[in-house]
Design a binder for this molecule. Sequence first.
Ligand code: MG
Length: 160
Amino acid sequence: MKIKVGLGYDLHRLVPGRKLIIGGVSLPSDAGCLAHSDGDVLVHSMIDSLLGAGGLGDIGQWFPDSDPAYRGISSLKLLERVMVEVRKIGLTVLNTDSVVILEKPRLGPYFQAMKANLAPLLGLEPEHIGLKAKTGEGLGEVGSGQAVACWTVALLGHGD
Ligand code: MG
């Protein structure tokens, strides 16, 4: 089996009056991501890791924020679309691992629900989706609650 690794990163500004959606789960928060889509930072970093592994470019090329078709769209829909392309070139996702960095709320209680959203789209068992959360320790834009960031690595396989 040929193995491909991909790395994805995303960051969104947090503003009052928007929903905070991470991993397709709507979280209790008085601020949410400023974005053209639903601003799901975890799914966006995951998409970029998959596109990177497949040599398929990046999320901005596939879903330009100038395109009204993607206004307010659930990022799970974008992930679904990307998985069509990943499968088209013969790749299978073996596992993903993500670190979400934000001050609040604590994400641990929501990981199971996030994995339930992501697993069927990625074609993975939930235990092959790593989710972790960190705070910014009060430092910088993330630490002051002005932003949320996420890193994802994905391992994909090709053939037997
Ligand atoms: Mg994004």
